[in-house]
Design a protein around this ligand. Sequence first.
Ligand code: ZN
Length: 398
Amino acid sequence: MTQADTETTIIRNGRVIDPATGHDAIVDIVVQGDRIVAVGAEAGAIYPQGNVHDAAGCLVTPGLIDIHTHCFVGLGDFCLPADMMGVRSGVPIIVDAGTAGATIIGLARRAVIDHPATETKVFALMDPAQIYLANKGFICHYLNIAADERNLDLDVAREALDDNREIIVGFKVRATYTDDPKRSPFLAAAMLLAPELPVMVHFGEFPHTPVIDTDTLLAALRPGDIITHAYRGGGGQLDAKGEPTATFRAAFERGVRLDVGHSGGDFHFPTARRLIERGFTPNTISTDLNVFNVEGPVYSMSTTMSKIWVLGIPLADVIRMNTVNAAAAIRKSDDYGTLAVGRSAEISILRIETGRFALTDGHNTIKTDRRLRAVGCFRGGRYFEATHDREPLAEAAE
Ligand SMILES: [Zn+2]
């Protein structure tokens, strides 16, 4: 064993919030090597040799999970570095949501996910098409291959999936159609390939390639499938009177998951407020961070969580969305989402800042006197300071 294998750290004095267990108290968490070995009021006392990590004044939560990012830097021009969105923003676990199709996922894995310089735990939702690449110019849509059935080959997709089961947690599907506007062959292929894995789809359009309409899409989704950009304006969730549509309601009631997927223009405070009022709370909060939105309005996970908090969701529920719920959404509940003895030490440390802040969805602004900010995180037992969670503080004007 190396020293790192046995090194002991006691996270002390923090307010530990673990929504999976309902825990909310100031307790110690003891990390040894890459594992949590004790959680409790005096748990640190039996490890007198341990290093103390003082979390006084902070919130200590299970490792946050962002299920919608774009992190395959070097593949096109759309992505951000994994660690910038991940460990350096207090988020030990991120998911790349469909930057890569089946023929390039293996390269993305080697270049980013498995790369020794990548400190963040990264999973992927794979686009089932042979060639899909998310780039600034939407090239696969512009050339129409995102809506060309010849771009689908179930054998190619299955082989990519089988070769990369450790990192693929589902599919990201662009629900385009070819002849029949009521059927997306890409969505059907993903569901056929691996019925046990979730499919993430989004509300909204793509340039050049038409998608099946929202009602048709909603009717096709299974329990556990994920709608990202679920709170975008004009997404088809609300009818002309501003009430949730029958198909949206039915999808939610049978267990389709609503994910924030903020992005540049895909989160809308008035739509979110209305849906939350009607009981359609987010299941998960994700950012959709990419080159277009990191300088605003998304900035970071902590800012995105603050926007859900300001809409009246209790803090423990906000944290629930990014921990236990997000782990369940990617079917990793056995490994992540709670602070339990024996688990890998994925732990986020946040603080509540008070002041005068303005949170924007890109169009609308809400003023608030409190917000969340990441301090750092433990990823596999190693501590990383949140050096990238530093957007300029938006002080609300008088
Ligand atoms: Zn995205």
